[in-house]
Design a protein around this ligand. Structure first.
Ligand SMILES: Nc1ncnc2c1ncn2[C@@H]1O[C@H](COP(=O)(O)OP(=O)(O)OP(=O)(O)O)[C@@H](O)[C@H]1O
Length: 423
């Protein structure tokens, strides 16, 4: 097995997906999808059920041909090649091992077509069994192994012919949580050791965030965002991505300009991130109130862990001393550094290293009245009084942690849940 490979930064993409469409009797499962993957990258296709992840993976393998568009692999147009003429190994969710063959024969299956002699095949199988950490199971049958062990055999079988591309279709989703966690790390370190370009389909955001070099977030047959796990988590470029990856508080508001939104009678400042292209969100940039009212509906978004609990008086002092405090008919709950929400604890959950508080906001904004927010407080910083159900408190959210997204009623993602607010 080879050591991790260093590649020039300017290397051309190893895999190029060009304007790919897939139709199933009139239904478009992929809509002009384009993507480039570098050699040696570990890329995850992430998205909800039915978004087209498997369709895209199967098109790359040639198992289901695309309706339109091209696929280039290693500088070669493979768009119309059958799977056997392409260069990949694949692992499915259901292991797909041959039950009547021993583990060794399962792994050796693909090697027979390479015209290797018996000794070479045995040597290769031994090496692969060693690589996946199961050196002694060669003579067993798949049914004598656990799910996690069977999936490692499937991985060894996929790697046996030394393909340049490894395709993993939800390989961990049939396994129990503990095995999944362990195998996650094993697959990632094996992939890094071999330097093999890998694409993994998953609907598990934690799996994608912990394993991938880059994540491709898909929704309804299109790519919503491509980025490193940090980019996807910290700077999601749409409300869909913000809501799908991690926990995000999404509060309905109205867009005013590139610095402020309005939430009921409150003005809220936010800081536009460079990669948040508001033009693409349907908002005008730096031109004051939006002209078209139908485009002014927005989501104000922040992660539970960026919020801080502060005493009310402290918040008011901050605001009184802040010359940039808004002088308008709208209530000043915000300054250039932070916004202060008022709320009441509905629920407090101990999560190990932090408490997750569910808080009802005090607001006269009709859309917000029944919508709780989540705030995560590190155990070391938690004041136990603040965690009591019914406690009234102030939540400080730094302006540079507030993001704003277009709010489209047809946006196909789960709406923040509503709760009964305690009297
Ligand atoms: N053979 C088929 N015939 C008709 N429709 C199909 C077929 N295969 C997939 N589809 C449809 O195409 C869409 C994308 O399916 P795909 O399997 O790629 O989704 P996915 O993101 O992998 O979902 P999951 O996580 O549930 O596997 C779905 O709406 C699905 O119903």
């Amino acid at each position: 097995m080879t050591a991790q490979i260093q590649r020039p930064l300017s290397a051309p993409p190893y895999l190029q997906i060009k304007k790919l469409w897939k139709h199933y009797s009139g239904f478009a499962a992929l809509k002009e999808v384009s993507l480039e993957i570098k050699e040696g990258e570990f890329v995850c296709f992430l998205g909800p059920s039915g978004c087209g992840k498997t369709t895209l993976l199967r098109a790359i393998a040639g198992l289901d041909l695309q309706s339109k568009g091209q696929i280039w692999q290693g500088g070669r147009d493979v768009s119309l090649l059958p799977p056997e003429q392409r260069d990949f190994g694949i692992v499915f969710q259901s292991y797909a091992l041959f039950p009547n063959l021993t583990v060794a024969n399962n792994i050796a299956y693909g090697l027979r077509s390479l015209k290797l002699d018996k000794n070479q095949i045995q040597k290769k199988v031994r090496e692969l069994l060693h690589t996946i950490g199961l050196p002694d199971v060669g003579e067993k049958y798949p049914s004598q192994l656990s799910g996690g062990q069977q999936q490692r055999i499937a991985l060894a079988r996929a790697l046996a012919t030394e393909p340049s591309l490894l395709l993993l279709d939800e390989p961990l989703s049939a396994l129990d949580a503990r095995v999944r966690l362990h195998l996650r790390q094993e697959i990632r370190s094996l992939q890094q050791k071999l330097g093999i370009t890998t694409i993994m389909v998953t609907h598990d955001q934690e799996e994608a965030l912990t394993m991938a070099d880059r994540i491709v977030v898909m929704n309804h047959g299109i790519i919503e965002q491509v980025g490193t796990p940090e980019e996807i988590y910290q700077r999601p470029n749409s409300a869909f991505v913000a809501n799908f990856v991690g926990t995000m508080n999404l509060l309905p508001c109205h867009y005013l300009n590139s610095k402020q939104v309005r939430m009921g009678s409150e003005l809220v400042h936010y800081k536009l991130h460079h990669n948040t292209a508001h033009q693409t969100l349907g908002f005008e940039l730096n031109h004051g109130p939006v002209q078209k009212p139908q485009k002014s509906k927005a989501w104000l978004a922040f992660r539970p862990e960026v919020a801080e609990l502060v005493p009310f008086n402290h918040a008011q002092t901050d605001l009184d001393h802040e010359s940039a405090a808004p002088k308008s008919a709208l209530k000043p709950h915000s300054n250039a550094q932070a916004h202060y929400f008022q709320g009441q604890v509905l629920q407090s959950e101990f999560m190990g290293s932090f408490f997750r508080l569910k808080i009802a906001l005090h607001t006269n904004h009709a859309e917000l009245v029944q919508q709780p927010i989540h705030v995560d407080i590190a155990v070391q910083q938690a004041n136990l009084d603040c965690l009591t159900v019914g406690h009234r408190l102030t939540i400080k959210v730094p302006v540079d942690q507030i993001q704003v997204y277009e709010r489209n009623d047809s946006t196909p993602f789960k709406q923040p849940q509503s709760v009964e607010v305690a009297a």
